[in-house]
Every structure is written in structure tokens, then in C-alpha cells.
Design a protein around this ligand. Structure first.
Ligand SMILES: Nc1nc2c(c(=O)[nH]1)N[C@H]1C(S)=C(S)[C@@H](COP(=O)(O)OP(=O)(O)OC[C@H]3O[C@@H](n4cnc5c(=O)[nH]c(N)nc54)[C@H](O)[C@@H]3O)O[C@H]1N2
Ligand SMILES: Nc1nc2c(c(=O)[nH]1)N[C@H]1C(S)=C(S)[C@@H](COP(=O)(O)OP(=O)(O)OC[C@H]3O[C@@H](n4cnc5c(=O)[nH]c(N)nc54)[C@H](O)[C@@H]3O)O[C@H]1N2
Ligand code: SF4
Ligand SMILES: [Mo]
Length: 709
């Protein structure tokens, strides 16, 4: 017998993760044997994370949906029978044609998020199709839309500091991010900087594994970041620690900001709001200004409360005040996505949208399904997302998904908490089974992902899914006549100066290409201003206050017609949370604890939480509660507790620890309902927006905790 030959393919991790690792697929006899990190890649450096540890096996999980299926039991029962693709497409298109005839095309809605983050299978994979269909436009603001709106208003669409330039930083401020779980490949870069004398500061209410490994941990109360940043500014201004020359040349609105900061954000008041001491605020301000290059790595979590957008505006103002942008490795990193040369207009086809088409926000899916009239939503098509697990107010959403008159189609790998409500299930391919090019929001590399193996059964990529649907609906547009390779080639802007000399073939051979434009030891995007804002300066005082709710186009099918929300204050400000003992004492009588629901170490949102190995690594759902709050409730630790409010409830095992603050509980996101007594953290989350970008407010929820019956 001949020894079987191992074939190697280049991969790109599909997940919604800032690391976007370059991977290596090893294939024998058409079977994916292993997936490892590319040792040559400057960020991946040969290692993947714990979440993707068994990625090869994940492709062969026996629970995968590998054929189209039709529901046979009651809604939500998860009982299905196999059907053919022809039957599935016939049933979907005939239902849709009937709905369009009776209610109009806006009675159909797509729910897509970032199950896959690729250019053709990702966030916008269904936009052209649903725009062409005339469906209600979906606004996809689950993550970073508030943070990005605040960032774009302040410094504009710039990549900011290259994550590789952080080796040159002397003070690294990790703001609301649990790097060792959620941006793991950045950590060795920080360690290199540390070896060169850098200090690491973590700003997080919770003592996370990252905070435990930092030099300084600033434990402010959730939702008080804006007050803290404004208090720091107060110290910078009163102690004359600002870079006046940088401010004069490259910023807009300093006089107004100074007036506000001095009048309203004295450090005693800020200490009261944040729960920090005045010394901590002073100490941080002095160290931040005095240690250059200083750099801020902004996490997503500070956006997750009613004042989230303004918090981001305040934080993004700090580097310009101290002139941090003057130095290589100084400034701020939110997302480098803005420097990726992609042709969104061609990907999403906003020209297909009929003027006046309405918009639905997917983070409020339960409310949308319940309240939209004229026409009501009669069909929901879900791909790349698991809203029952990931969107707020999940009890409300589930009650809507049970509606007999709602035709639900879900394209998935597994029968998730959402997929179990499908009338039709469609089988989706995994990353080693499809061609893709990965964009990312954590570094500057564009990464090629080769198709390494055939998909099992009748699984198809999202791109093929929409090709089939377009044909079945009779759409003649050439958009759907292209191969995946042709689509990718058309969607990447090869004429961009960053891609000079590059093309698809070259990218395929190389595996990845950097878009940073300059080497990590040279990149200085704003040493001389050049902020891509309307004034060309860093805008402390925004010139776009009327755009309080403008969302970056990629999150909403490139649609420009959304009504602006309430105009925001043109200067950064702090407002109390929507739900807190200060802002809503009545509610806090019944539900006195703020809850924070961050990412689990071993899951990727809800993905991999169905793998027994990953559940073993992560452990069961916990509810971390401060010793004072535990004592007041007779909780000794280790018991099952119930976390609840008027929206819903979930259970978890009590962990008593001062890793959380008094008045605050922590429970990780991602557990599947079937493994967790029927519900999970988003049962208690509100689906109200933060004040910018229609971002969700997952850190702005009051709950009560009691021993479970
Ligand atoms: N292991 C793992 N990694 C992931 C993911 C995952 O599910 N698991 N998901 C990926 C995705 S989609 C994303 S968006 C990123 C997110 O990654 P992160 O930005 O790290 O987000 P979270 O884990 O939600 O929250 C990070 C920290 O913010 C703190 N926090 C909560 N509220 C506040 C606040 O008001 N102010 C401040 N300063 N801190 C606050 C929490 O205590 C938590 O420790 O991670 C990505 N990587
Ligand atoms: N309480 C609370 N809620 C949160 C957050 C929080 O911090 N706290 N974080 C929010 C954030 S940051 C985010 S990004 C969102 C994430 O929300 P989602 O993107 O909805 O999260 P996932 O759980 O990853 O669900 C993606 C689904 O897509 C499927 N999938 C993967 N690849 C493909 C594919 O190629 N084709 C198809 N058809 N399906 C595929 C996966 O199997 C998975 O079920 O959740 C948000 N929800
Ligand atoms: S989930 Fe993130 S850290 Fe893990 S392999 Fe994928 S890109 Fe890398
Ligand atoms: Mo996210």
C-alpha cells in the first residue's frame, strides 16, 4: 500500500476575532488531519488559540447539518426530515413569492452577522441578494458600531497604530479588553514591549486574567469610562501635562473641551462616579502623559452602555491631548478595518435598494418581529448568526420565533438555539471547505483561505447559498454568475496604493499581505495631524453631532437613509447608565446588581460551546458575585443560583470572588440553552441602544441573584 501523501493548504481563521490567524491545513486522502498556526505569520507566530484547538475535528462533528431539512415537529422542537436542495429552494421561493404578493417584499428580513468574517461569506454575504429581493434592510450593530462611530467622529476612518508597532510603546493601556482571552496574539507583542521597559495598564471593572498580568489595574465601575477619561483630562490640563503645540496644530475644539472638563469633571466628582480614588486618577494621568510613546488598545466593551458612544469619544481624545501620535507606537488602536481596500458598493449593491425601504435593527430582533406592522415580518432568513443566544431580550425573541405565521429559514453548521426554530434548515460549509479571503479588525493583514477539502453531504458556502437562491428566484443579474474566485477578485480594490503589484494569484501564493503601508517601526499615521475628519483635525468638538446614529455603512447594507437619532452633545460627556442604582433607584430596589456578560475563554461567542471538549475547558456557566453581595443573599459559593429581572432569567453556579466589584456580577456569554437549564445570559439583557451607532448595551442591565429553587 502506498503511504498517503499529506497535502498542505493555506488557511485563514474564519472567526470574528481580531487575531485573524493564518493557518495551515494538512490534508490526507481528502481528510482534514490538522489545522495549525502559520509560524511565518508575524501575528499568528505558529499558534492558534484554545477555541480552535480541535478545529479539524470540528469539521467532522457528527451533529453537523449536512443536508437540507424540513421541520416535522412543533416549532422549536428540533425535529427534522431530510429533503433535497431542489425541494428546499422550491419551498423557500414559493413561500417568499406568496409573502411578497400578500404583504410586499419588506415582509422578509435577513439576520446575518459574523459567524464567518470573510469577504464573500461574511457580514455582507446576503446583502446583494436581499437588496435585490426588496427585503427590509437589516442593520447589523451587534459589535463595535458604537465604538466605531465614536472613533470615526473623533479621529476619522484611520487604521491608527499598527498592532506590530506596539513593541515600540512604553505605556500600553488596555481599555475594556480581556486580551488574554479575546486578542491573544497581541499578548506576546506586549511582552516584547515590556522586555524593552514598557508598562501595561488594564482598565476594567473586573479582575480578568489580563488584569492579573498587568502592571496596573484600574477598576472603575462599568459604564464610567467617559467620566474617568474626562477626569484624566482635568489632571492633564490643570497640571499642564498637555502637548499644547500638538493641540494647537492638529485638534479642533480644545477651548470648549477645556471649559467643560474644568467645570464639570473635577477629580473628586470623577472619583465618586467611577469608584476610584483621586490619587489613582492623578497617577494614571501623569504616567500617561509622561511616558511616551503611550498607546491605548481600545476593546469593544466600553461601548456597551447607554453612554458608550460618548465614552469612546472621550477615550479617543486622549492621545492627541498628550501628543502620543507623534511617536511610532504612540496613539490608539480601535480597528484597522478602515484601511482595508474593499469595494463595499460592489459587494453589497446598495443600488438595488428601492428608495424608502425600511430598516430593522437586528440587535432588537424580538422587538422587530413583535412590533413591525405594515407589513409585519413574515419570513426571517438567518445565516452566520445565532440571535437567540447573542441578541438581547432573548425570551421575547424566542416567543416570536414560535409564531406559526413566521416562516424561518436558517443556514447553519449545527442546530443552535436559533436554528431549532427553523422551518427549513440549510447546511453550511466550514472554512476548510470553501475559498475565502479574510479581512480583520485586529491587524493589517489580508489573509487567503484555500479550499482544502470537499464539504460533507450537501453543505454549501454562503456565497453558493445566495447564488442558488438568486437563480431560484429568477434573478438574471450577472452578480451571481461569478465564481468565488472572480467575486473576491472583483471585491478587492487592487488599484489601491497598498496593493501595488499584488493580485489574486500573488495573494494565493503568499497567503497574506500587509496593508499597513509602512513598516511597524516607521508607521506614524498622525504625527502631523492628517486626521480624516471633516476638519482634518482630531475633533474633541465634533462637527458631526447631528449624525448621532449614523452607522458605518458596512453594518447596514451601505444604506445611507437612516433617520438620525437624537443629536448628541458635540463634546464628550458622561451620563449615568440607563439601569443603575443612581439613575434608576426604583428598579434597583428590585434588581440591585449590575451584570457584565463578557466573552468566554474557550468559546467564540456561541461557537464551539456545543463541543464537549470546549465545555470541559470552559467549565459550566458561572455567576461571579462579590463576597458582600453573596453574604447578603446567603450564598456560600458552589450552589446553583438564578439571575433574573423583568426580561428573563438564567442559572449558573455561584462563584464568590472579589474579582468582581461589589454591586456587580459577571457571567460569561456563549452557553447553549440545552446545556444550561434552558436559557443563558441574554435572557436578562435589554435590547436598548447605546447613544452612538445603535450599539447594544450589554453592560447596562440590572438583575437580582438568588439561590435557585
Ligand atoms: N475567547 C474569546 N475570544 C473572543 C470572542 C469570544 O467569544 N471568546 N469574541 C470575539 C468578539 S466578537 C469580540 S467583539 C471580542 C471582544 O473582546 P473584548 O473587547 O475583550 O470584550 P469582552 O470580553 O466582552 O469584554 C472585555 C472586558 O470589558 C470589561 N467591561 C465590561 N463593561 C465595561 C465597561 O463599561 N468599561 C470597561 N472599561 N470595561 C468593561 C469586562 O469586564 C471584560 O473583562 O472578542 C473576540 N474574541
Ligand atoms: N450578553 C452579550 N451578548 C453579546 C455580546 C456580549 O458581550 N454580551 N457580544 C456581542 C458581540 S461582540 C457579537 S460579535 C455578537 C456575535 O453574534 P453572532 O455572530 O450571532 O455569534 P455566534 O455565536 O458566533 O453565531 C454565529 C453563527 O453562525 C454560524 N456560522 C459560522 N460560519 C458560518 C457560515 O459560513 N455559514 C453559515 N450559514 N453559518 C455560519 C455558527 O455556527 C454560529 O451559530 O454577539 C453579541 N452578543
Ligand atoms: S479564534 Fe482568533 S485567536 Fe483563535 S485561531 Fe481564530 S483568529 Fe486565532
Ligand atoms: Mo464582537
Amino acid at each position: 500500500m502506498m503511504a498517503s501523501e499529506t497535502k498542505i493548504f493555506k488557511g485563514g481563521c474564519p472567526q470574528d476575532c481580531p487575531d485573524t490567524c493564518a493557518m495551515i491545513y494538512s490534508v490526507e486522502d481528502g481528510v482534514l488531519k490538522s489545522v495549525t498556526g502559520d509560524p511565518a505569520h508575524p501575528i499568528t507566530r505558529g499558534g492558534l488559540c484554545v477555541k480552535l484547538k480541535d478545529f479539524a475535528k470540528h469539521h467532522y462533528n457528527p451533529d453537523r447539518i449536512i443536508y437540507p431539512q424540513r421541520r416535522v415537529g412543533p416549532k422549536g422542537s428540533g425535529q427534522y426530515e431530510r429533503i433535497s436542495w431542489t425541494e428546499a429552494l422550491d419551498e423557500i421561493t414559493s413561500k417568499w413569492k406568496g409573502i411578497i404578493e400578500d404583504f410586499g417584499s419588506e415582509a422578509i428580513l435577513n439576520c446575518c452577522y459574523l459567524g464567518n468574517q470573510g469577504i464573500i461569506n461574511g457580514l455582507t454575504s446576503g446583502d446583494a441578494f436581499f437588496n435585490r429581493l426588496g427585503a427590509t434592510i437589516s442593520e447589523k450593530t451587534f459589535c463595535a458600531s458604537g465604538s466605531s462611530t465614536g472613533y470615526l467622529m473623533t479621529v476619522g476612518p484611520t487604521g491608527g497604530v499598527d498592532p506590530e508597532s506596539f513593541v515600540h510603546s512604553k505605556l500600553i493601556v488596555i481599555w475594556g479588553q480581556n486580551t488574554m482571552s479575546t486578542n491573544l496574539h497581541q499578548w506576546p507583542i506586549y511582552q516584547e514591549a515590556r522586555a524593552n521597559g514598557a508598562r501595561i495598564v488594564v482598565i476594567d471593572p473586573q479582575r480578568t486574567r489580563t488584569a492579573k498580568n498587568a502592571d496596573l489595574h484600574i477598576r472603575l465601575r462599568p459604564g464610567t469610562d467617559a467620566a474617568f477619561a474626562l477626569g484624566v483630562m482635568n489632571v492633564l490640563i490643570t497640571e499642564n501635562l498637555v502637548d499644547q503645540d500638538y493641540i494647537d496644530r492638529y485638534t479642533h475644539g480644545y477651548a470648549e473641551l477645556k471649559q467643560r472638563v474644568l467645570a464639570d469633571y473635577g477629580i473628586e466628582r470623577v472619583a465618586n462616579i467611577t469608584g476610584l480614588t483621586t490619587e489613582t486618577i492623578q497617577h494614571f494621568a501623569r504616567e500617561y502623559a509622561g511616558t511616551q510613546p503611550s498607546v491605548i488598545r481600545l476593546g469593544v466593551a466600553p461601548e456597551r452602555n447607554r453612554n458608550g458612544g460618548q465614552s469612546i469619544r472621550a477615550i479617543c481624545s486622549l492621545p492627541a491631548l498628550v501628543g502620543a501620535w507623534r511617536h511610532v507606537g504612540g496613539g490608539l488602536l480601535e480597528m484597522p478595518l478602515w484601511e482595508f481596500p474593499l469595494k463595499y458598493e460592489e459587494m453589497c449593491r446598495p443600488d438595488f435598494i428601492k428608495p424608502g425601504t425600511r430598516v430593522a435593527n437586528l440587535t432588537q430582533l424580538g422587538k422587530v418581529l413583535e412590533e413591525f406592522k405594515d407589513p409585519p415580518i413574515k419570513s426571517l432568513f438567518v445565516n452566520n448568526s445565532n440571535p437567540v443566544s447573542q441578541a438581547g431580550d432573548s425570551f421575547r425573541l424566542e416567543s416570536q420565533l414560535k409564531r406559526e405565521d413566521l416562516f424561518v429559514v436558517v443556514s447553519e453548521h449545527f442546530i443552535t438555539d436559533t436554528a431549532k426554530y427553523a422551518d427549513i434548515l440549510l447546511p453550511a460549509a466550514m472554512q476548510a471547505e470553501q475559498l475565502e479571503v479574510m479581512l480583520t479588525w485586529g491587524h493589517f493583514y489580508l489573509t487567503y483561505n484555500e479550499k482544502a477539502i470537499e464539504p460533507p453531504g450537501e453543505c454549501v458556502s454562503n456565497s453558493e447559498l445566495f447564488r442558488r437562491l438568486a437563480k431560484a428566484m429568477g434573478f438574471q443579474d450577472s452578480y451571481w454568475d461569478r465564481t468565488d474566485y472572480e467575486m473576491l477578485n472583483d471585491f478587492i480594490d487592487w488599484s489601491s496604493p497598498k496593493l501595488q503589484g499584488w493580485n489574486m494569484e500573488k495573494l494565493r501564493e503568499a497567503g497574506y499581505v500587509s496593508l499597513a503601508g509602512a513598516a511597524p517601526d516607521k508607521r506614524l499615521p498622525h504625527a502631523e495631524g492628517n486626521f480624516p475628519t471633516p476638519s482634518g483635525k482630531c475633533e474633541f468638538l465634533t462637527t458631526q453631532a447631528d449624525k448621532g446614529n449614523f452607522v458605518v455603512p458596512v453594518w447596514r447594507s451601505m444604506y445611507e437613509g437612516m433617520q438620525p437619532g437624537e443629536p448628541i452633545d458635540p463634546l464628550p460627556e458622561w451620563l449615568p447608565m440607563r439601569e443603575s442604582p443612581i439613575s434608576n433607584p426604583e428598579l434597583a430596589k428590585k434588581f440591585p446588581l449590575n451584570i457584565v456578560t463578557p466573552k468566554a475563554h474557550a468559546f467564540l461567542n456561541s461557537q464551539y460551546a456545543n463541543e464537549p471538549n470546549q465545555r470541559h475547558r470552559q467549565g459550566e456557566q458561572t455567576v461571579t458575585i462579590h463576597p458582600l453581595d453573596a453574604e447578603a443573599r446567603g450564598i456560600n459559593g458552589g450552589e446553583m443560583v438564578r439571575v433574573f429581572n423583568e426580561r428573563g432569567s438564567f442559572k449558573g453556579k455561584a462563584v464568590i470572588s472579589d474579582d468582581t466589584l461589589p454591586g456587580m456580577v459577571v457571567a460569561f456569554l456563549g452557553y447553549w440553552h440545552e446545556h444550561n437549564h434552558g436559557s443563558a445570559v441574554n435572557a436578562i439583557s435589554s435590547s436598548e441602544f447605546s447613544n452612538l451607532g445603535h450599539a447594544p448595551s450589554f453592560s447596562d442591565n440590572l438583575v437580582q441573584v438568588e439561590l435557585a429553587a
